[in-house]
Design a protein around this ligand. Structure first.
Ligand SMILES: [Zn+2]
Length: 332
């Protein structure tokens, strides 16, 4: 996991650190924002600071006290995480009932008690209603921390009882600086950040997994294919080898054609300003009407369904899809 201290949180951290220091932290916080902006890192930082027995003057948990050892080992008895159980996507009402009991019992360390519900939108109505009473009448020294990537799905009654903390996508210079510091100045950091919609942690994952480099290499292959320098079968074989799964390749091609279509229909697409292979996609958008582009799009979506329902030969399937791209070249 990356460090809990993310530079774009500085102002927000100062505010919440002060609330902790002054003993006026609200009892219920709802952290909202798109994935990859560090809501969970901030939550962890806040929990460690809140529970630390000897906070330093610099606004950090000490890292040495008993509480810090426990939070570090993720065994602190006064912290409870409520997450969907394995193979489930929802937080069940029974889980919230157990959480309520935990909150009502006095703290084992004589300090704060923290319950984290993550993701908060995973609470179905019964679970959310079970949490309401605790939100309305929380015991002293309690923090209920709700985290959500999709706050629109949270019941208004829950939302209105929490202080909502918005985690915005950081300004790109600060995100880019951080990303480069994490990746030893990789050349693709800016592309990764844009592909991630500005969310630094998503970009970091994409860089670490080699996803970005693969995307760049694949668009180069596509350009060579369209120039007839390589055969569809060669490209298909190479892509399967690189990506492992045909779904990965088909999904990437779908992103390409969607960006091309947006450019074709709207005349502009900020994605195409920086996307790997932008020149190729812009050229295809200019040389084809949207009907032609949609036919490639439809072929790709059908292929995706086909892959999920049956077990086709991946190389042959990709080869067929690449012939679809070739049809977009003028004179072909
Ligand atoms: Zn400590």
């Amino acid at each position: 996991m990356t460090s809990f201290e993310l530079p774009w949180h500085n102002a927000l951290w100062e505010r919440y650190q002060r609330l902790v220091d002054q003993g006026i932290l609200p009892h219920a916080l709802l952290f909202v924002g798109v994935p990859g902006v560090g809501k969970r890192q901030f939550a962890e930082r806040l929990i460690r600071y809140l529970l630390c027995h000897s906070r330093t003057g610099s606004g950090r948990h000490c890292g040495q006290c008993h509480a810090c050892h426990l939070t570090h080992a993720e065994t602190h008895p006064d912290v409870r995480y409520v997450v969907p159980e394995e193979k489930s996507s929802v937080v069940k009402v029974d889980q919230i009932r157990v959480c309520n009991e935990f909150v009502l019992k006095s703290s084992q360390q004589g300090f704060y008690k923290v319950a984290v519900v993550d993701p908060a939108e995973a609470m179905m109505t019964a679970a959310a209603n079970a949490l309401l009473k605790t939100l309305e009448e929380p015991p002293a020294k309690t923090l209920l921390l709700l985290i959500s990537d999709r706050p629109g799905l949270i019941l208004p009654t829950i939302r209105s009882r929490c202080q909502v903390v918005n985690f915005d996508v950081p300004a790109s210079p600060i995100a880019l600086d951080w990303l480069e510091s994490q990746t030893q100045g990789g050349t693709s950091a800016d592309i990764a950040l844009k592909l991630a919609g500005g969310a630094p942690l998503v970009a970091l994952d994409a860089l670490a997994s080699g996803d970005i480099e693969q995307n760049i290499a694949m668009t180069k292959d596509l350009a060579s294919l369209l120039k007839r320098e390589v055969l569809p079968s060669q490209v298909a074989t190479s892509w399967i080898k690189q990506a492992g799964q045909p779904e990965v390749v088909v999904k990437r091609m779908l992103q390409w054609i969607q960006a091309t279509l947006r450019f074709s229909c709207a005349g502009q697409d900020s994605l195409l300003d920086w996307m790997p292979g932008a020149t190729v996609f812009r050229y295809l958008a200019e040389k084809n009407d949207s009907q032609m582009l949609f036919s490639v799009h439809d072929q790709l979506t059908e292929a995706l369904v086909y892959l999920q329902q049956s077990n086709p030969n991946p190389t042959l399937l990709l080869e067929k899809l690449l012939f679809g791209w070739l049809k977009l070249m003028p004179g072909k």
